[in-house]
Design a protein around this ligand. Structure first.
Ligand code: ZN
Length: 125
């Protein structure tokens, strides 16, 4: 899984851009219709504009959610208790793994070292 840069680490201008995009970004129409047969189109496909938009929206939303967990937990590993000095070494861990029915709600997420998270994952396999 790719590790987006935490929102707090981005330049202020980029942070503002991300927040603004999430608040104001309007989705383009999801479907493109073909064959105008009166009130019923004959075919519909998902529009490329919508597809690109939701891909970008999901990426931005992921960055913001990640930052919320970091703001809540601070730069402290919830598995070993030590501080995390480098955000490249920071993982957001699912307390109850997704594979065991754990959710991606904030209450099931915690900040950990990359190594601590990977060691935990290996134990649960
Ligand atoms: Zn740790």
């Amino acid at each position: 899984m790719s590790n987006p840069t935490p929102l707090g680490d981005l330049p202020q201008g980029v942070q503002d851009e991300v927040r603004l995009a999430l608040e104001s970004d309007q989705a383009p129409p999801k479907y493109k219709y073909f064959g105008d047969a009166g009130e019923k189109p004959m075919a519909a496909i998902v529009s490329r504009a919508w597809y690109e938009w939701q891909k970008r929206y999901r990426r931005l939303r992921k960055i913001v959610r990640r930052q919320r967990i970091i703001d809540r937990d601070g730069m402290t590993c919830r598995l070993c208790g030590d501080s995390i000095t480098d955000t490249a070494d920071l993982h957001i861990d699912h307390i109850i793994p997704v594979s065991r029915g754990g959710s991606s709600r904030p209450s099931n997420l915690q900040v950990t070292h990359a190594a601590c998270n990977l060691a935990k994952g290996a134990k649960l396999l």
